[in-house]
Design a protein around this ligand. Structure first.
Ligand code: PMP
Length: 468
């Protein structure tokens, strides 16, 4: 054993931050900004709680990055991974090889997902799930003799990952700027964003207009040229935008009529995040393809998946002779350790009661959102299940956004952190919330109490007070 004094810990902490600054590139971060800001190093976690290296206890209201749906420190997951690593740490899916966990996990996903999604391809996360969906769709239309159908449509404010193809379907400025995106076959239609729509309050009108915008875009591109419509059932990274109930089903009907595929990107919304196992389930609809990640392994190890309808699978299968390889695949597709973790995580959701707890505590979450709506800085609260947002505005009546010069999002995050709560602070001053499904009522109330304190603290700062 080595003895470490508090001073040594501080010393090693300081040098870790320096090493981080000099060598570690962080995802979705300003390189220059990070050099001055520095890293916030997290040390351990249990349930809803994180501990940083300074020993601060933090209530995680964002489940890591909307992924740790079962909470931190679930020992049965650790054991499932360790068992599998000891038995067989790796099996390729190439050359017809495979492993039991991958086969069983595919079976479970087919059982649990909406009727009609019968085939599963495993990825490493959400970005390559979206990219794989695009590759399979391209292959499908070539295979069935409709090679012109290549144009894809997605929503403004949508997020579909960080691959070149997925970031192009994404419609958030930072993911396009400097990356020469979107690509020429990628198109966007407006987001069904009730709070920022002049149709707010008239759900039927918002849905009808969205359907019309899809029809118009397809007409503009030519129906024979359009492959697919990609959407998140609830837009996550765009600011947790909750379309009216019935929107997804209406878009499904429109896609069927227009003869284009619908890809539901459920990377955030699946696995109980919005209540049911999958958000599509609540609308009784089946997409042609579904992309999954995050909650699939609850963030304990990396894994994603693409679920595919039999129609798409058979089209691809029929398109090439039995001795022709479909050249898409990754070394770690169907990784046995990730699959073993996925199986245990799914068991925790179902038999372990975590999905049911999430549904129960969802009521408390909704009450928390409603309760904070009266705050002078809050313009809108919205959510479904345990996915929610609090949109801050300078003027409630006019829905005026805060002046970007106030750098409110950064201050919001830092204040929250000091008050012991972690949430997402989006650039346009939307607080994103996605607590783990294992939360207690008390923890849920504590999240909202700490957010309220954070808003009150900010309102005491002169420039913010003057802006409201
Ligand atoms: N699609 C959606 C809807 C997402 O929210 C994300 C991740 N936030 C992705 C795709 C990309 O997933 P990953 O970060 O695992 O590559």
């Amino acid at each position: 054993t080595t003895m470490t004094s508090p001073a040594m810990t501080l010393q090693s902490n300081r040098s870790l931050l320096e090493i981080d600054r000099d060598h570690l590139i962080h995802p979705v971060t300003s390189f220059r900004g990070h050099e001055t800001h520095g890293a916030i190093l997290l040390e351990s976690g249990k349930g809803m709680w994180l501990k940083d290296r300074e020993g601060r206890d933090l209530l995680d209201a964002f489940a890591g990055l909307w992924c740790v749906n079962v909470g931190y420190g679930q020992d049965s997951i650790v054991e499932a991974a360790a068992d599998q690593m000891r038995r067989l740490p790796y099996a390729t899916g190439y050359f017809h090889f495979g492993s039991e966990p991958a086969v069983r996990l595919a079976q479970r996903l087919v059982e649990l997902s909406p009727e009609g999604l019968d085939h599963v391809y495993f990825t490493l996360g959400g970005s390559d799930a979206v990219d794989s969906a695009i590759r399979y769709i391209t292959h499908y239309y070539n295979a069935i003799g409709k090679p012109a159908k290549k144009q894809c449509i997605a929503l403004e404010r949508g997020y579909h990952g960080s691959s070149t193809t997925g970031a192009g379907l994404t419609a958030l400025a930072n993911f396009h700027r400097g990356f020469d995106l979107p690509l020429r076959w990628q198109h966007h239609i407006p987001s069904p964003y009730p709070y920022r729509s002049e149709l707010e309050g008239d759900d039927a009108a918002i849905i009808a207009r969205s359907v019309q915008q899809l029809r118009d875009k397809v007409a503009e591109l030519g129906a024979d040229n359009v492959a697919a419509f990609f959407c998140e059932p609830i837009q996550g990274s765009g600011g947790v935008i909750v379309p009216p109930v019935g929107w997804l089903k209406a878009m499904r009907a429109a896609c069927t009529e227009l003869d284009i595929l619908l890809v539901a990107d459920e990377v955030i919304t699946a696995f109980g995040r919005t209540g049911p196992m999958f958000a599509c389930e609540a609308e009784g609809m089946t997409p042609d393809l579904m992309t999954l990640a995050k909650g699939l392994t609850a963030g304990y190890v990396p894994m994603g998946a693409v679920l595919m309808s039999d129609k798409v699978y058979q089209g691809i299968a029929d398109g090439a002779a039995a001795d022709i390889v479909i050249g898409h695949g990754a070394t770690y597709s169907g990784h046995p350790v990730s699959a073993a973790v996925g199986l245990e995580v799914l068991r925790l959701y179902t038999k372990g009661g975590i999905l049911a707890n999430g549904q129960r505590v969802g009521t408390r979450f909704a009450a928390g959102l409603a309760g904070i709506a009266d705050h002078p800085m809050v313009g809108d609260t919205r959510g479904r299940g345990l996915l929610g947002a609090i949109e801050l505005v300078a003027n409630k009546g006019h829905k005026t956004r805060f002046d970007p010069a106030l750098k409110l999002a950064d201050r919001l995050f830092e204040r929250g952190y000091r008050n012991g709560v972690i949430f997402r602070a989006f650039a346009d001053n939307i607080i994103g919330l996605a607590p783990a499904l294992c939360a207690s009522d008390g923890e849920m109330d504590m999240i909202f109490a700490r957010i309220r304190n954070t808003l009150d603290d900010l309102l005491e700062e002169a420039d913010i007070r003057a802006a409201v």
